[in-house]
Design a protein around this ligand. Structure first.
Ligand code: ZN
Length: 488
């Protein structure tokens, strides 16, 4: 077959195929009804619910929340049987549609489904399954709405709007379940623009008296700093979704983040969470480990770099806040000293960042294996590697260079990085000394190698008792530059 003909056939197949989802909330009985139709006389012999959800590195078996399920082919009910695990159904004769009811569930960082008289919230992995063979095609989702005044808000493309239902469209199943949706008459949106791209502050839940523009004022430094670092914003539109009064914590998504906020919380007190979740738009959603892209929702996605994906995200959240002028350099340095202090005792000396990442699946909390948090250890590691690269490159390079190179290598849906790549890039920008420094910081348990990291800067000393002590020296300006971007 010639290549043009093959491409035409491929395009014809993918353009023509859409899986159609219909979601209806039943507030009275607390269950939602989901219907999925393959259409076009296609059928599939297997249906799955996700075993886990991106951002939440724990097996939560969302199949267990399916309460009743029925498969059909050409309008006739067809037999199904349990598949290989709690999230899988086999349909020996093939089905072209499924209808099931699903109960609300929670991940470690987000509710998956919440239904009230005036509001519905959906986080896809706990609600929507997929037919084998249909995950890569376009997905159209129709939300039943009680009234035409119900707004449907998500990062997905808006489709048709009818009085009692609204359509959103995803390019594929990955996009469908990585875009939380909130619907209701009281959902509020405040827009601001950075880099020519709309950013929405979305407020829902207990929004009375909440000042959305004030949240915008605090949030906008995050995309501004990301634009300076990466030179681009990789989405059409980004949503900061604030669930006022909802369960705490935040969960990142490709083009949005859902954050649980107290209705009385000031925007400034939510800033750490906001910046962390926003940095994930780059680091984790696009810069990602090989095991995390493309996703396999049926089994653990094991990587030794969750310290990078969570902890260095946290570090950059702090760096961006400082660069945006929200915190002073003194406060930044004091904050990092506190983090170094945390990782310098107890279990932190016994479990490596790599092991804590790889084995998180043996825990349920999604914070790290071995009684330590890879958020905290990774945040300290990010700060130390940044200092080490700056010191060993004579103040000419920084962790920004590693981040930007990973970005260039992973963006645009390319396969994720191999775990060893982060070490290679630290060496590329910081020189050979960064190899053993990386190994001591990441691969081995034990104390952080401050002396080795700061060796080219004899004017800087770090100790837990005294923090950073800087002697007067012509080169001390290089240390004073941390964590600002290095101008070249
Ligand atoms: Zn995170």
């Amino acid at each position: 077959m010639n290549r043009i003909l093959a491409l035409a056939l491929l395009l014809g197949a993918s353009l023509g195929s859409t899986a159609t989802y219909t979601f209806t909330a039943n507030v009275a009985d607390g269950l939602a009804t989901v219907r999925i139709e393959l259409g076009q006389h296609r059928s599939s012999k297997r249906f799955d619910m996700p075993a886990w959800a991106p951002g939440d590195y724990a097996i939560l078996d969302y199949g267990q929340y399916v309460r009743s399920i029925q498969f059909k082919r050409n309008g006739q009910v067809v037999e199904h049987k349990p598949g290989s695990g709690p999230n899988t159904w086999d349909i020996p004769s093939g089905a072209d549609s499924v209808e099931y009811t699903i109960a609300p569930s929670r991940g470690n960082f987000t509710p998956n489904l919440r239904m009230r008289d005036k509001e519905t919230f959906i986080s896809g992995p706990g609600v929507f399954g997929w037919f084998e063979g249909a995950a890569k095609e376009q997905q159209s989702l129709w939300l039943t709405r009680p009234n035409a005044d119900w707004k449907v808000v998500s990062s997905l493309r808006t489709g048709q709007q009818e009085p009692n239902r609204a359509e959103v469209i995803a390019a594929d199943y990955d996009e469908l379940i990585d875009a939380p949706i909130v619907a209701g008459p009281g959902v509020r949106v405040h827009e601001f623009i950075v880099g020519g791209k709309p950013h929405w502050i979305v407020g829902y839940g207990q929004t009375e008296g909440v000042d959305l523009p004030a949240f915008a004022a605090v949030s906008k430094g995050a995309p501004e700093q990301a634009l300076l670092l990466f030179g681009e914003l990789p989405y059409q539109r980004y949503l900061f979704m604030f669930d006022f009064g909802g369960p705490g914590g935040g969960l990142e998504h490709r083009d949005s983040a859902r954050m649980g906020i107290s209705p009385r919380q000031s925007p400034a007190s939510a800033r750490g969470l906001i910046y962390h979740e926003y940095v994930h738009t780059f680091n984790v959603k696009r810069i990602r480990a090989e095991a995390l892209g493309p996703f396999d929702y049926t089994k653990p996605a094991i990587t030794g770099t969750l310290w990078w994906l969570e902890g260095v995200t946290d570090y950059y959240g702090e760096v961006f806040q400082m660069r945006a002028g929200h915190i002073s350099r003194n406060d930044f340095v004091a904050e990092m000293r506190g983090t170094f202090d945390q990782v310098s005792s107890g279990r932190y000396l016994e479990v490596s960042a790599d092991e804590s990442s790889r084995r998180v699946w043996e825990t349920r909390g999604s914070f790290g294996f071995g009684g330590i948090s890879y958020y905290t250890k990774g945040r300290a590691a990010g700060a130390l590697l940044d200092l080490a690269i700056r010191a060993h490159s004579g103040g000419k390079r920084s962790l920004d260079d590693v981040m930007r190179k990973l970005w260039d290598e992973c963006k645009d849906d390319r396969p994720g990085y191999k775990d060893a790549r982060i070490r290679e890039l630290c060496v590329e920008f910081g020189g050979a000394a960064l190899g053993p420094i990386y190994d001591a910081t990441i691969m081995k348990a034990g104390p952080m190698p401050f002396a080795e990291a700061l060796k080219p800067w004899p004017f800087v000393m770090f100790s837990r008792d005294q923090g950073f002590v800087v002697a007067a020296d012509a080169n001390a300006a290089d240390f004073a530059q941390w964590p600002l971007p290095i101008k070249r």
